[in-house]
Design a protein around this ligand. Structure first.
Ligand code: S3P
Length: 169
């Protein structure tokens, strides 16, 4: 397996599952959002506020493309990375794409009290989450496998992914 790429909405646990999965497989781990913050030396909130979403998306694509030149990596992507067709093609050709899903209520529970997602900052409500999930559904569906994380902890999710990988799906 070249790389394993985790996609999914905010709060589906991509970063925590990615870290553990990488450790279990002996792969490297890369988190695209973390790399963006390190490169820009400012938070995602500040990047969105100062330069807007399209600037952020440009950097996201650049960093994704450069990371995906590597192999034996588990890569966690930001929730909106799948919107770009270019990104989706890049991901499908450079690795096995695992989409993590969660119910709107689970997403809301996991994000409550956090203020680091500029797209869900004001009125972080169920309706907004449902709307964004519905809009993005076709892009999240563009994956090799999909795992529902609702009601599961990180260990459960990683075990599920490992079982599927071992079976060679
Ligand atoms: C975004 C998700 C965030 C981050 C940015 C935009 C999105 O990543 O990339 O706030 O559009 O869904 P997480 O999914 O890691 O929260």
């Amino acid at each position: 397996m070249e790389n394993i790429i985790l996609t999914g909405f905010m709060g589906t646990g991509k970063s925590s599952a990615g870290k553990l999965l990488a450790a279990e497989l002996g792969y490297g781990f890369q988190d695209i959002d973390t790399l963006i913050v390190a490169k820009e030396k400012r938070s995602i909130n500040v990047i969105f506020a100062e330069q807007g979403e399209s600037y952020f998306r440009g950097i996201e694509t650049d960093i994704l493309a450069s990371v995906l030149q590597g192999t034996k990596l588990v890569v966690s992507t930001g929730g909106g990375a799948v919107i770009s067709e270019k990104n989706r093609k890049l991901m499908r050709k450079s690795g096995f794409v695992v989409n993590l899903t969660a119910s709107p209520t689970a997403v809301l529970d996991r994000l409550t009290g956090k203020n680091d997602r500029p797209l869900l900052r004001e009125g972080k409500g169920l309706e907004q989450i449902r709307g964004m999930l519905a809009e993005r559904e076709p892009y999240y569906a563009d994956a090799d496998i999909r795992i529902d994380t609702t009601g599961k902890n990180v260990e459960d999710v990683v075990r599920e992914i490992l079982l599927i990988l071992e079976r060679g799906v």
